[in-house]
Design a protein around this ligand. Sequence first.
Ligand SMILES: N[C@@H](CCC(=O)N[C@@H](CS)C(=O)NCC(=O)O)C(=O)O
Length: 205
Amino acid sequence: MSDMDNIQLTFFPGSPFARMARILIMEWNLPVTPTQQEFPPTPDLFRANPLGQVPALIMPDGTAVFPTFLVLEHLWEMAGKPTDAYAPQSQRQILMTILQACDALVAAKYQDWTGLGPVRENTIGYDPAERHLERLQKTLDWLESLIPSGELGQGITLPNIALSSTVLWMDVRGGPNWRGRPNMEAAVDEIASRSSFTQTAPQPR
Ligand SMILES: N[C@@H](CCC(=O)N[C@@H](CS)C(=O)NCC(=O)O)C(=O)O
């Protein structure tokens, strides 16, 4: 997985997190080589990232940058920190919250796809998968309310890419409906037909 002259990005074609990074690499023409990993993941993935997940940036000296939040910030730094793409002071919370909502989405879908159901009495009092989807919807509502004041930025910004990759994954992989939020639809639809998006689109399962 290491190449002394090259920065590599581990990815699965279906990963919304890796897609965010792949889009930025294309948009900013960054010298990073996406390297597809086997899915289901092999033990090898833990060598790059102790969480056993993609994406990770594998640096020429063998060190790795992960999780996604730091990968995106690193790519932004490699691009020369374009100020119209990310403002850490005001957008870090937004970016991190989108990524956590995407975590919730993926966790809920994995629970569904693995066919996991109750095996004993529920002593927590709620269904974690339902709660994941609820926090996702609440986060989308929160983002919808922030868009008019320009807090996610315009076009290719880290928050917009993270949001778009998350909701477009829902379209393809059977997540809950996110449309009906006009500000969000306009922001996502504005960038969704770019070649960086069409070339990285996940396939239906
Ligand atoms: N919180 C992680 C999420 C990354 C993630 O969930 N990656 C998924 C693909 S979408 C993965 O590698 N799944 C394999 C696994 O969890 O074993 C991050 O921000 O990097």
